[in-house]
Design a protein around this ligand. Structure first.
Ligand SMILES: Nc1ncnc2c1ncn2[C@@H]1O[C@H](COP(=O)(O)OP(=O)(O)OP(=O)(O)O)[C@@H](O)[C@H]1O
Ligand SMILES: [Mg+2]
Length: 480
């Protein structure tokens, strides 16, 4: 059988998943790192800038205060120009204390100070306050620098992650993806009943270990499968031989037994005509018939076990079937003083099933009911159990006999099992009747269930559906 084509996992592959999950997470980490770096740098730079401006104001305060006090406006202008040379300072403003005159360089500081910060320092000369120095400054140029650094960092991270991602993808694809694909192909082959092929992968890593263990396992499975096939063939041939043997034996036993029964019946008739004692002949004939039934049971059982039972499905006239069953069961009921009661309303009239096997099941249950009940009543009930358009018939056999305990009922349907040893001693039998009936019932689509109370009686019941296939074969039939 060809193995199904292994669908390529494509973007669902481990390598792709690795890439898809790795890239965003590393990218996120990179963004967080860069953001933390930018924030930290902005804070420290700002602090440093204020310190620098403060130092500038302190260094130049005397150079401004002196010309302000002496009203040397040329000197004041020069000092202000010198301060403005510092790259951190955008604008210098000086206010005279008494006249409130304002001097600015290089432009009108206040009207251009939308983004500016101001650092103010009181000016004094010879321990007298003469005015105030206001230094306007911004961190604008530093922000631009910071942005540049962050962009460079981001680019670096992006390149690093991309290269690492691609390398990891390729490595993962060749070290994990490919061997796993081969492994899956081999397992899929085994799924469709072909023997799995060993996977060729010869690396010293964990993947190599997994594949070597897998190869060892399939060798063992292969060996075990061969052994199992051989054992199954052996068992099948043993079952076949057993069935053949039983079929032959039953033929060999039946022929002389039928002769014994036939001749006994002839001798009985002669004895009856001579008014002699017929009882010994009756006993021989009854024993012969019992032996015949046992042979039939054992043969049926072995056929069911070998799956070679043949069903012949046809429309069964239920009334006719019940009459036949009752006629056969009547002597069994009479033997122990039991009343045999039929509860059947006339519906359903027929069911599609195997009449021979259905009769066999009912007779098995009735013979048990008659056997384990003395001077009581045995009911055979038949009722319509159709659900919607699915026709089905419910059968049950109830008695007022010795009953069966819960523990005994659990193993009742097993082969050769009887309620207990005393039952065997008292009532005889092989313990095959119920096992055969249950299996036949299963073949007909039903299941026998039991309800019983010790000392009060038992009820065995089952529901049979209409069988769909005519002349169903449970395997090749055995010709007897
Ligand atoms: N109606 C019943 N009442 C009480 N016990 C029952 C009844 N039917 C079956 N049993 C118990 O179940 C056991 C198994 O029944 P089964 O028909 O399989 O075997 P058997 O009757 O002992 O032997 P065989 O049917 O092979 O002659 C019986 O031995 C009996 O202990
Ligand atoms: Mg029985």
């Amino acid at each position: 059988m060809n193995s199904p084509r292994q669908a390529d996992p494509g973007f669902q592959s481990i390598s792709w998943k690795f890439l898809v999950y790795l890239l965003p997470s590393v990218g996120l980490v990179a963004i967080l790192v860069l953001a933390a770096y930018a924030y930290n740098r902005a804070v420290t730079t700002e602090k440093h800038l204020v310190e620098v401006v403060q130092t500038i104001s302190e260094v130049h305060s005397l150079a401004v205060a002196h010309p302000l006090w002496t009203l040397d406006f040329d000197g004041l202008g020069r000092s202000m120009q010198t301060i403005a040379l510092h790259p951190e300072i955008d604008c210098v403003e000086v206010t005279e204390l008494d006249s409130r005159d304002r001097f600015e360089w290089p432009f009108d500081c206040v009207s251009n100070s939308s983004e500016e910060q101001v650092f103010s320092k009181a000016l004094s000369f010879s321990e007298r306050d003469v005015g105030q120095l206001n230094l306007f400054f911004t961190s604008r140029h530093l922000d631009t620098e910071l942005k540049k650094d962050v962009m460079t960092g981001a680019l670096f991270f992006f390149l690093l992650v991309s290269v690492a991602g691609i390398v990891a993808f390729i490595v993962l694809h060749y070290t994990v993806g490919r061997p796993v694909k081969r492994l899956i192909r081999s397992i899929r082959k085994a799924e469709v009943n072909d023997l799995p092929e060993p996977v060729v992968w010869d690396t010293q890593d964990e993947m190599g270990g997994v594949i070597s263990a897998y190869n060892n396992m399939i060798h063992r499975v292969d060996d075990n499968t061969q052994e199992l096939i051989a054992a199954r063939e052996q068992a099948e041939s043993a079952v076949y031989m057993k069935t053949r043997f039983l079929a032959n034996m039953s033929h060999e036993l039946r022929t002389p037994l039928n002769a014994v029964i036939g001749i006994t019946e002839m001798l009985r008739e002669e004895a009856e005509e001579d008014n002699s004692d017929t009882e010994p002949y009756d006993r021989v004939a009854a024993s012969g018939r019992h032996l015949l039934r046992l042979i039939d049971d054992i043969l049926d059982f072995s056929k069911i076990e070998a799956g070679k039972i043949q069903l012949l499905v046809e429309q069964v006239d239920i009334e006719e079937l019940l009459q036949e069953v009752l006629v056969t069961a009547k002597p069994l009921a009479d033997a122990r003083g039991n009343r045999l009661v039929l509860e059947y309303s006339g519906t359903p009239e027929s069911v599609r099933s195997d009449p021979v096997r259905l009769r066999q099941i009912l007779l098995n249950l009735l013979s048990n009911a008659c056997k384990f009940t003395s001077n009581g009543t045995v009911w055979l009930k038949v009722a319509d159990n159709s659900i919607n358009s699915d026709p089905a018939v419910h059968f049950s056999v109830r008695d007022t006999g010795i009953g069966i305990s819960k523990e005994q009922s659990e193993q009742l349907f097993q082969d050769f099992s009887q309620a207990d040893i005393s039952t065997t001693r008292e009532y005889g039998g092989t313990g095959l009747g119920l096992a055969i009936s249950q299996r036949l019932c299963g073949l007909l689509g039903g299941e026998i269930s039991l309800q019983s109370t010790v000392g009060e009686g038992s009820e065995f019941s089952f529901t049979l559906p209409e069988m769909q296939i005519e002349n169903t074969m449970g395997g090749a039939s055995v010709v007897l």
